[in-house]
Design a protein around this ligand. Structure first.
Ligand code: PGA
Length: 266
């Protein structure tokens, strides 16, 4: 069996937090430490600011010539519509126009808090993908679903909503993130064994693909990832990085998580 080396990816999800002032500071701190692409470490690092600050972050990246580094820009959500009379929505073409390369879809704070359905999320995924963005599909069970033993059934349903429509090969240019709802923002991280089990199961769902393709799908873990617990999560063979919320607002924590992801590949 050939197991292909997967490039780790760390995504910082800033959620609805920050200000122009705090973002300027955070980008400067990140820029001072991130490696340049010339001597790049083997990792993708992405930050997802709130919509109103995407332009600011893009211009800061440009200004301090961060283009030479490995920092990518992403958005936290996207509309399921192309354009038109959809007040308050943001189109995938606008994100691409602003320099975004990634977009999160199906975050549990939108599934739960805003009642986003699997089919709506699949349409958002498609819009992002068709605009040339790399969608990051979030899946994960609630505490009640885990207690009822439904974890694998839930994540399968959430992933298949996209796979049925678009086929497994889209994940050559997309990312999957397992984020148990009970672990998000709670400080209660899934154990490496709990996360590892779900990641292995998710990978097994890409069954119509060749073994090489299945082994290339990158699956990130999210839910209270910190510098202190990242290494043990990254030691799991099916965990290819992290979607980081709270800890991504602290440059030192975030960069330590990035370094640990690289170390896990050595
Ligand atoms: P957290 O958030 O790291 O603060 O738990 C993760 C996420 O919501 O993506």
């Amino acid at each position: 069996m050939t197991v292909l080396q997967r490039r780790p990816c760390i995504i910082g999800n800033w959620k609805m937090m920050g200000s122009q002032k705090s973002i300027r500071l955070l980008i400067k701190e990140l820029a001072d430490t991130l490696p340049s692409q010339d001597n790049s470490e083997n990792i993708d690092v992405v930050i997802c600011p709130p919509f109103p600050y995407i332009g600011l972050v893009e211009s800061l990246i440009e200004k301090i010539n961060l283009k030479k580094t490995i920092l990518g820009l992403g958005a936290q959500d996207v509309s399921s519509e192309a354009e038109g009379p959809f007040t308050g929505e943001v189109a995938s073409s606008m994100l691409a126009d602003l320099g975004c390369r990634y977009v999160i879809v199906g975050h549990s704070e939108r599934r739960q808090g805003l009642n986003e359905t699997d089919s709506l999320i699949a349409r958002k995924f498609k819009k992002g993908y068709d605009a040339g963005l790399i969608p990051i599909l979030c899946v994960g069970e609630t505490q009640a679903e885990r207690t009822r033993g439904e974890t694998l059934k839930v994540v399968q349903r959430q992933l298949e909503a996209v796979l049925i429509d678009m086929g497994p090969s889209v994940f050559e240019k997309a990312l999957l993130a397992y984020e148990p709802v009970w672990a998000i923002g709670t400080g209660q991280t899934a154990t490496p064994a709990q996360a590892g089990e779900v990641h292995a199961f998710l990978r097994s769902l890409f069954k119509t693909q060749s073994e090489d393709c299945r082994n290339q799908v990158r699956i990130l873990y999210g839910g209270s990832v910190k510098a202190s617990n990242a290494a043990s999560l990254f030691a799991e063979k099916d965990i290819d990085g992290a979607l980081v919320g709270g800890a991504s607002l602290n440059a030192e924590e975030f960069l330590t998580i990035c370094r640990l992801a690289v170390l896990s590949t050595l």
